[in-house]
Write a new protein. Sequence first.
Length: 163
Amino acid sequence: MDKLKKVLSGQDNDEEEQGIITQISDASSLSWSTRVKGFIICFAVGVIASLLSTFFLFIPGSSGITLFAVFYTFGNIAALLSTCFLMGPCEQLKRMFSETRLIATTIVLICLALTLCSALWWRIAGLAILFCFLQFLAMTWYGLSYIPYARDAVKGCFTSCLG
């Protein structure tokens, strides 16, 4: 009887015809309220880690800068991952690497990696702070790409201020 209902409703997809991604997605789908809660928790962890990172700037020596860079980067990564709860990881990756966001996403990922490298391996405090600042600018530009015409408005504002 269930098979007949699927055929009549146009949902006659045998499991063999479905791809592995579709099967995983169907098996692990979360309710909308769970997705929103996951988003809020993950985003809040990201914001708290980023805010907490500023307190590490007041620790003297290079260990404070290292902790600042690591916590700030962790906060940005958590904020990025929070959107996976809303649209799913595959859809988020598709949107992140779409043609309109490809450059912004690439710059964000490079800045994240360079911040961690400069803080943990190279141990150059000034470079870590520079990459944190570039990370902030890149994340802002990336976030603006989700708002229609926001990047054009920012470009226009800077053009009018500088010109």
